[in-house]
Design a protein around this ligand. Structure first.
Ligand code: HEM
Length: 499
């Protein structure tokens, strides 16, 4: 449950927007310059006032947007109660808008309930690109940038060994074990070994509760979002449920933000704090204390379920492709010298070309967040002959782009790691990076996610043969949760020891 909720924490902003933010945009439409007067952007025909509300999918956005591509093409414009929205199916267009024109396309949606009443705008994924945003991104580059992540290998290797142990004799869905191992990496890095030992479970629980709350808030229609003036109603006003919900949400958001940080501060005063992002960087003049605290507070919810889902998808692929699993196993045995302990080294994992090919191919076919996180334009823009209004929210259908036959060829839907080892591979888009989003908002945890994911996955393949559970039949289709973080919902496997 916790993990389901965590999935939604940050990334269900997507699902939320149609309800919670509609009114914000309603209000903003007054400022929006009249757009499609010259030539309308392609998309379903709009009705007066409600726009495309009736055309818009109520569930499974990723699948629905993918189907839209065959109906409407690569750039689809819809309006929901006046809120302009673009669904981009083309990698070129996504890169043009979100990366090359990042100065225009890096804002996030704003919700009265989330940002103002629950006071969630401290959190990086929801923040606007301002000075605090720049500062937090700078901090994250310093603490989990490409160079820095290599210094945590000892921790990744230790947790990989712990994960292997926890799955000994396991049959069924390994998601809980994987997410717990990833969560421990993040808590230890963020707040240290001591906080993880003493409060790791509470921290995970608190994040789960907070996620529950955020999901609830993001998936309801709040009149206060439609009519912001309502926020001034006294808290005792009958029917002002939003005030009570916001109060609870605010309390949880504050706990996430301050509690573990405070524990490290106390330990530092007592001289008992061990090494962590907070203890190492707190008094660095280069970093503002508040921004360090806030950047670190988001890591657990942003990084845990996403990374665990990437590993789960790989495990799932191995069960379905025993030949590829055997090839990878042999490669890993050679790499580790066939040592009896079957311990993987993160540096070996990074060096393995075949492991990299398997990782990329799984990431390509099953990006954990196939619609990324929506960006919003902060000024009017144009695309060819079309004008796009200021305040347009854009969903990049990364999942479609990664299976687009025009890019990947006729076998785009096949799991074929070898494509990454062929000469032509240099011409392919980087499937190891694309699932992390675009431009100024690209996932700052991507280097940590890749290093952790590969190390965990390699440890599993080296120690276990991943098979169908005895007596069960491999389901024909993999089903996926209907969440922004898309992970298999009916997955079961057995881990049979290799030695
Ligand atoms: C396989 C694992 C992961 C995937 C697929 C993933 C994917 C994403 C995506 C698609 C975004 C939105 C980018 C955009 O707006 O264009 C994002 C944002 C973010 N991710 Fe990740 N992520 C992963 C792991 C992590 C990890 C391990 C951390 C940190 C420990 C992390 C921290 C963040 C943060 C803080 C943001 C918000 C950035 C912003 O809004 O500026 N992620 N991630």
């Amino acid at each position: 449950m916790a993990s389901i909720v965590q999935s939604k924490l940050i990334f269900s902003a997507t699902a939320a927007i149609a309800s919670g933010l509609a009114a914000y945009w309603l209000f903003r439409t007054r400022e929006i310059p009249t757009t499609q007067k010259k030539k309308p952007l392609p998309g379903p025909k709009r009705k007066a006032v409600i726009g495309n509300v009736l055309d818009f999918p109520t569930q499974r956005w990723y699948e629905a947007f993918t189907e839209w591509q065959s109906r409407y093409g690569d750039v689809i414009y819809v309006e929901l109660l006046g809120m302009p929205m673009l669904v981009v199916e083309s990698l070129d267009v996504a890169e043009e808008l979100l990366s090359r024109r990042a100065n225009v396309w890096s804002a996030r949606a704003h919700s009265v309930m989330m940002n103002e009443l629950m006071k969630f705008d401290w959190s990086l994924p929801m923040s606007q690109p301002n000075a605090e945003f720049n500062e937090q991104r700078k901090i994250l580059r310093r603490v989990i940038g490409p160079q820095e992540v290599t210094s945590f290998d000892y921790l990744l290797e230790e947790q990989a060994a712990g994960l292997v142990e926890s799955l000994s004799g396991h049959s069924g869905d390994p998601h809980d074990q994987i997410i717990r191992a990833v969560g421990r990496v993040i808590i230890k890095l963020a707040y240290g070994e001591r906080v993880c030992q003493e409060h790791g479970d509470d921290l995970a629980k608190m994040n789960a509760q907070n996620s529950d709350m955020v999901v609830y808030v993001l998936t309801q229609l709040w009149f206060v979002n439609l009519f912001p003036i309502l926020k001034h109603l006294p808290t005792w006003t009958p029917g002002a449920l939003f005030h009570r919900v916001a109060k609870k949400g605010r309390a949880l958001s504050e706990q996430i933000r301050f509690w573990a940080f405070g524990l490290v501060q106390e330990n530092m005063k007592k001289g008992t704090a061990d090494s962590s992002f907070i203890s190492r960087h707190l008094h660095e003049p280069e970093f503002a204390t508040e921004q360090l605290r806030d950047a670190v507070a988001m890591l657990y919810s942003a990084g845990t379920d996403t990374t665990a889902t990437a590993v789960l998808n790989l495990v799932c692929a191995m069960q379905r492709h025993p030949d590829i699993q055997e090839k990878l196993y042999k490669e890993l045995m050679t790499l580790t010298g066939g040592a009896k302990e079957r311990v993987v080294k993160a540096t070996d994992c990074e060096a393995s070309r075949y492991l990299d090919a398997v990782w990329k191919e799984s990431f390509r076919l099953n990006p954990p967040v196939p619609l990324g996180l929506p960006h919003v334009s902060s000024e009017e823009d144009s695309l060819g002959e079309y004008t796009i209004p200021k305040g347009t929210m854009v969903h990049a259908n990364i999942g479609f782009m990664l299976r687009d036959k025009r890019i990947w060829g006729a076998d785009a839907d096949a799991f074929r790691p070898e494509r990454w080892l062929e000469e032509e591979a240099v011409k392919l888009p980087d499937a190891g990076t694309l699932p992390y989003g675009f431009g100024k908002r690209i996932c700052p945890g991507r280097h940590l996610a890749q290093r952790t994911g590969k190390t965990f996955f390699a440890a599993l393949v080296l120690n276990y043969k991943i098979t169908v559970v005895d007596g069960e039949v491999l389901p024909e289709m993999i089903e996926y949760e209907d969440m922004a973080i898309r992970r298999p919902s009916n997955f079961r496997c057995a881990f049979k020891p290799r030695h």
